[in-house]
Write a protein that binds this ligand. Structure first.
Ligand SMILES: Cc1ncc(COP(=O)(O)O)c(C=O)c1O
Length: 385
């Protein structure tokens, strides 16, 4: 029965052009990936500042792994609650302007861990419909009721808040959306927060480190809880949740995804502390990333592409899934790697090419992706007709 189900479901994935198979990457060299015998320019990375390939950071991280053990070998709640982790969390809370912080093994686990612990049956959550899968899963796990509002629509959010005023809903959003690449309408969100006094959780996974003053993201004033990951602009792995005082103690007691998992090792925490220095000194890199991203958007727009994205994540909507796949395959033929994002990562029949800009890219790289896209896009259009 299960074998049959698996076979059928995979067949359906193929037929709908939704089949996923990770590309085999032989190695990575800064902004390049080696796929088969090809060296391709990587526009599918979240290493926005290029930190993960920085030799200076890699040396620091290796020294930390020499100094400490390779594993914490225990859950945080058993024998994994090391001083250096607590010190790092304090420094993250201070840096990002919150009262407390807690590290998780990944951003996915962080969203599961906080949402499933904080909310329960009878609670109401209102969320942006384009929120990341980990938050959606976390809402399901919590048992709370939830309603989505149209992506970044403050008027739709307002309607729900008016309708459910009595239920005191909490609101969940991202600050820089992972697939659309647009910023949360922070001013409108803040005004609604002031008016309805709701509790808010803002996932700043794609913003922390890369945007805002000193890389502190854009939503501090709009968030009660902020979620960040180390695996994107911060160049490491794992995640951190920023929160008011008193919440950490609560999560230690009630967050199953935190209680029953091995904590990140001391070397991770020591490296996280080192990374704060890179982030606070990263203004020049952020400026380059900002300017290059804006140049890319302008160049693509000039060529007639409809490009969404306010910062380093740019999305070109293709719509049809198989065409999006075909374009991305043809781009590999031209030594360019971009993500063809399809359902359920984005809505059905709204497939996009997601271009992830990093500070490692140059204007030459941008010219290359623009001309390659122009060439490939025209050819796939003809093939469609
Ligand atoms: C908005 C958002 N939140 C959370 C995550 C999960 O983070 P991690 O990769 O650390 O699990 C991602 C990553 O894809 C993301 O885009």
């Amino acid at each position: 029965m299960f074998a049959e189900r698996i076979k059928n479901r995979l067949l359906n994935q193929h037929n709908a052009a939704l089949y996923r198979k990770p590309v085999k990457i032989n190695k990575r060299q800064e902004k390049y990936l080696f796929i088969g015998n090809k060296k391709v320019l990587n526009f599918a990375s979240n290493d926005y500042l290029g930190l993960s390939v920085s030799e200076k950071l890699r040396r620091k991280v290796s020294r930390n792994f020499l100094k400490y053990s390779t594993s914490s070998s225990s859950s945080r709640l058993v024998a994994g609650n090391y001083s250096v982790i607590n010190q790092a969390e304090k420094e993250y809370a201070r840096f990002f302007g919150y009262e407390d912080a807690l590290f998780f093994p990944s951003g996915y686990q962080a969203n599961l861990g906080i949402l499933s612990a904080l909310f329960e049956k009878g609670d109401l959550l209102i969320f942006d419909k384009h929120m990341h899968a980990s938050s959606v899963k976390g809402m399901f796990l919590s048992g709370a009721d939830f309603h989505g509002y149209n992506h970044n629509s403050m008027s739709h959010l307002c309607k729900w808040l008016e309708k459910f005023r009595e239920n005191q809903p909490a609101v969940l959003t991202e600050s820089l959306f992972s697939m659309d690449g647009d910023f949360l309408a922070v001013q409108g969100f803040k005004a609604l927060k002031k008016r309805f006094d709701f509790f808010s959780i803002v996932d700043e996974a794609h913003a922390f480190g890369a945007v805002g003053e000193n890389g502190k993201g854009i939503a501090r004033d709009a968030a009660d809880i902020g979620v960040g990951t180390f695996g994107k602009a911060l160049g490491l792995f794992g995640a951190f949740v920023l929160m008011p005082a008193g919440f950490k103690e609560y999560f230690f007691n009630f967050s199953s995804p935190l209680i029953y998992t091995t904590s990140l090792p001391e070397a991770h925490a020591a490296s996280a502390i080192d990374i704060l220095e890179f982030i606070s000194q990263g203004e020049k890199t952020r400026k380059h990333l900002r300017e290059l991203s804006s140049f890319t958007k302008k160049s693509l727009t000039c060529e007639g592409f409809c490009v969404k994205g306010d910062a380093h994540i740019l999305a070109i909507e293709i719509g049809d899934e198989s065409r999006t796949l075909e374009i991305s395959r043809k781009l590999i033929g031209k030594d360019i790697f971009v993500l063809p994002a399809r359902y359920p990562t984005v809505p059905l029949h709204k497939a996009i090419l997601r271009i992830g800009m990093t500070a490692l890219h140059t204007e030459e790289d941008v010219k290359k992706i623009v001309s390659s896209l122009k060439d490939v896009y025209g050819k796939t259009e003809k093939a469609d007709r």
